[in-house]
Write a protein that binds this ligand. Structure first.
Ligand SMILES: Nc1ncnc2c1ncn2[C@@H]1O[C@H](COP(=O)(O)OP(=O)(O)OP(=O)(O)O)[C@@H](O)[C@H]1O
Ligand SMILES: O=c1ccn([C@@H]2O[C@H](COP(=O)(O)O)[C@@H](O)[C@H]2O)c(=O)[nH]1
Length: 252
C-alpha cells in the first residue's frame, strides 16, 4: 500500500495569496456569515496548508457592507469605505476562528490598527509567520478608502513575494460579460492582463489587474463553491481562468 507521503500531490506554488469572496460567506442565506459555509471554506484552506503551501488570505466584505453602496445611499464615500474595511475585519476574525478550531495556526494582521483583535500589518512579520507555517489573514484591505480587497490582495501578494494570486469567487472563471447577468457570456481559459482591461471585464477591479500586470504576478480566477477547488488550483489542475502574460484563449 503506498505511503501517505507518496499519495500527497506536489503543490505548484510555494507561497500563495488566496483572495476569498466575502459574498461567498453568505452561503444559502441573504446576508452575513453562514456558519456552515465558513467551515467549508476553512476546510479548503486547511487542505492546502496540509500540502505544505504557505498561505496568506484576504477576504472581501461584500456579505456585510460595500462602500460604494453606502455612497449611493448618500454617505460620504470615505466613511462608507472605512465601514467596508471594518466588515473585512469581521470576516477575517470569523475565518480565523474557524481555522483555529480545525487546528490551523493563524494570525490576523489589520491595515487599520485595532490591537485588541489583530496584529498591525507588518510586512516582515507576516513573512515570518508564513515561514513558520501560520496562515496570515490580511484584514481591513489596504487601510485606504477608494480601494477594494482585490487591490489589497494584489498589493499584499507583491509585498510577501507570493507566487500567485488566487481569486476564489462565486463564478468559475472570467467570462466575456458578467455571467450572473448575461447567460450568453462565454468563458475564457486564459487571458492577458491587457485584454481584461481592454475588454473592461469586471471580475476584478482595474487597479488590482494593473498592479499584477506591472509586477508580472499571475492570477487564477476560479469557483470557491465547488468542494476541493482551492486544492485543485494549487496542485496545478487546469480549472478557472488564468490571467497573466499568456495569450487570450477561449475555454473548451
Ligand atoms: N466578465 C466577468 N467574468 C466573471 N465574473 C464577472 C465578470 N464581470 C463581473 N463579474 C462578477 O464578478 C463577481 C466577482 O465576485 P466577488 O464576490 O469575488 O466580488 P468582490 O467584490 O471581489 O468580493 P466581495 O464579494 O467580497 O465583495 C462575480 O459575482 C461575477 O458575477
Ligand atoms: O483597501 C480597501 C479595501 C476595501 N475597502 C472597502 O471595503 C469594502 C469591502 O471590500 P470588497 O473588496 O468590496 O469586498 C469595499 O467595498 C470598500 O468600501 C476599502 O475602502 N479599501
Amino acid at each position: 500500500m503506498p505511503s501517505e507521503r507518496a499519495d500527497k500531490p506536489k503543490a505548484r506554488y510555494k507561497r500563495i495569496l488566496l483572495k476569498l469572496s466575502g459574498e461567498a460567506l453568505i452561503g444559502d442565506g441573504k446576508y452575513g456569515i453562514s456558519p456552515k459555509t465558513l467551515v467549508a471554506i476553512a476546510q479548503e484552506v486547511k487542505d492546502v496548508v496540509e500540502l505544505g503551501v504557505e498561505v496568506a488570505l484576504t477576504i472581501g466584505g461584500g456579505n456585510i457592507f460595500r462602500g460604494v453602496s453606502g455612497a449611493t445611499e448618500g454617505m460620504d464615500r470615505s466613511s462608507a469605505d472605512y465601514m467596508g474595511m471594518l466588515a473585512t475585519v469581521i470576516n477575517s476574525m470569523a475565518l480565523q476562528d474557524a481555522l483555529e478550531k480545525m487546528g490551523v495556526s493563524t494570525r490576523v494582521q489589520s491595515a487599520i490598527e485595532m490591537h485588541q483583535v489583530a496584529e498591525p500589518y507588518i510586512r516582515r512579520r507576516a513573512i515570518r509567520h508564513l515561514e513558520k507555517g501560520r496562515v496570515v489573514i490580511f484584514a481591513a484591505g489596504t487601510g485606504n478608502p477608494y480601494f477594494t480587497t482585490d487591490t489589497a490582495a494584489s498589493l499584499r501578494a507583491m509585498e510577501i513575494h507570493a507566487d500567485v494570486l488566487l481569486k476564489a469567487t462565486k463564478v468559475d472563471g472570467v467570462y466575456s460579460d458578467d455571467p450572473k447577468k448575461n447567460a450568453a457570456a462565454t468563458k475564457f481559459r486564459s487571458l492577458s492582463y491587457l485584454d481584461v482591461l481592454k475588454k473592461n471585464l469586471k471580475v476584478m477591479d482595474s487597479t488590482a489587474i494593473s498592479l499584477c500586470m506591472d509586477n508580472d504576478l499571475p492570477i487564477v480566477v476560479f469557483d470557491l463553491t465547488a468542494r476541493g477547488n482551492v486544492r485543485r488550483v494549487v496542485v496545478g489542475e487546469d480549472i478557472g481562468t488564468t490571467v497573466g502574460k499568456t495569450q487570450t484563449r477561449a475555454a473548451g
